[in-house]
Design a binder for this molecule. Sequence first.
Ligand code: NAD
Ligand code: G6P
Ligand code: MN
Length: 434
Amino acid sequence: GVKIVTIGGGSSYTPELMEGFIKRYDELPIREIWLVDIEDGKEKLETVGAMAQRMWDASPYDVKVHLTLDRREALKDADFVTTQFRVGLLNARVKDERIPLSYGMVGQETNGPGGIFKAFRTIPVILDIVEDMKELCPDAWLINFTNPAGMVTDAIMRYGKWEKVIGLCNVPVGAMMAEPELIGKSLDELVYAFAGINHFHWHRVKDLQGNDVTGEIIEKMYGNDSGIPANIHDTPFFIEQVKQMNMIPCGYHRYYYRFEEMLNHMLEEYHDPEVGTRAQQVKQTEAELFELYKETNLDHKPEQLSKRGGAHYSDAACETIASIYANKNTHIVVSTKNNGAVPDLPADTVVEVSAYIGAAGARPIAFGSLPAAERGWLQVMKNMELVVEEAAVTGDYGLALQAFTINPLISSGETAKRVLDELLIAHKKYLPQF
Ligand code: NAD
Ligand code: G6P
Ligand code: MN
């Protein structure tokens, strides 16, 4: 049987993960699941852990869910390690969002100053986890969901020197779930091709005769559900721009293609005490979810979890694990080493692309060069990520300032430096490297 370890097991998403494993038990025979958390997440771990065990007990399968604060005990002889932790929990995210917004800047979980600081807090922790894995489960696969998932996955390979890693996101899953219906097709009648980096990729779609149907989907996207995650305000893209590129940008591109409107919307919510930033809204949803998880007769994933932006993420995570285990060679969009799939970026950097997933991991599918406008964006964004990673590893203040300066959502100057300094102070406890 397979041993699964989930770091950040106290997450409210854990039932989603259990549901995905239960659905796939026949091809992925799990023996035991270890949910790992830390002292600050102990209560959440106990509540959601009991819920996870109830889900298995209500299934036909005999799987034991172990709960522990001892990561090393859990990692011993693991086959798959999944990571879904948040350093500093949601309170840290509140600061990532509110401090930049208080200066009129974008305050978002994975973009702008907040995304940079989430990387600063997370990368040292993930590198520690990798060191433990080298010792305790050197053959295991690391399936990373922890955001910013692209930078975290890149850092695992670049600085952790750990190759058996796959980074995942639910955004491509959402697109592939919603779009086919818009043109009266099912997913298996279409061929999807994604390229870019996490939360900054585009895709094209063909039918089985090889005809490009991207334009048809673009026409139907407006006014319909195109699968963008619940956390992103749906300011539509300019249709002339999207038609011109003939690629579908991911939901997060709104922060770049409609910067003005997205910032104004965030500022409105920030200034409205009844609403607050996304992290404040999510804290409310999380509290409701944990109240439900405490109900000892609840043994399936509750509907309310779909209010979170990461809905359906187990479809990516559990399918990836099952595909590696059973060498299925399934098409899944993953963060993995480029190796030429996107020639506009270096071969050794992590990209988010369509790939075949099998026993040897991810084999990225060649996408080819992007048009000049998208290539320009992508190269800036990827290099921004590399600067952030290096700053996270070295704790070099000058590099942190460089990261702020190259980030397209941050205007340079005194205010940017002040936001950087304020975030460094606010997160001091989680930033020993600075
Ligand atoms: P959360 O605030 O509930 O945190 C999850 C758990 O991580 C908490 O119980 C916390 O105590 C624990 N934790 C914190 N530091 C830890 C450490 N050093 N070791 C072990 N556990 C630790 O977070 P959430 O909202 O459930 O999100 C979890 C993570 O998954 C975040 O990083 C989030 O950005 C990410 N996420 C990614 C996607 C994606 O598309 N890749 C989708 C959803 C969520
Ligand atoms: C999206 C992204 C995730 C992100 C989540 C935020 O689905 O893919 O990477 O973490 O939304 O959702 P939340 O409910 O926490 O705002
Ligand atoms: Mn994501």
